[in-house]
Unconditional design. Structure first.
Length: 70
């Protein structure tokens, strides 16, 4: 699955575009260009839908993040 997403934080003042690689019941895998810039808690918006998830970062690697839903 590849979907466009947006990671937002700082009460919506900051954000990064991302690609949703995988989405499951309790979490998500994201492709991002600057994973070090993403905080441990953020909101994920699935573009083109009303879907939003509060997320807690569980893994950070080169260009990839994994998070669980809060």
């Amino acid at each position: 699955m590849l979907k466009a997403g947006r990671i937002t934080f700082d009460e919506g003042k900051s954000g990064y575009d991302c690609t949703i690689r995988s989405l499951w019941d309790n979490g998500v895998e994201l492709a991002v260009s600057l994973p070090a810039a993403i905080p441990d808690r953020f909101e994920l918006l699935v573009k083109g839908t009303a879907e939003r998830h509060d997320c807690i970062l569980t893994s950070r690697a080169i260009n990839t993040l994994e998070a669980s839903f809060a």
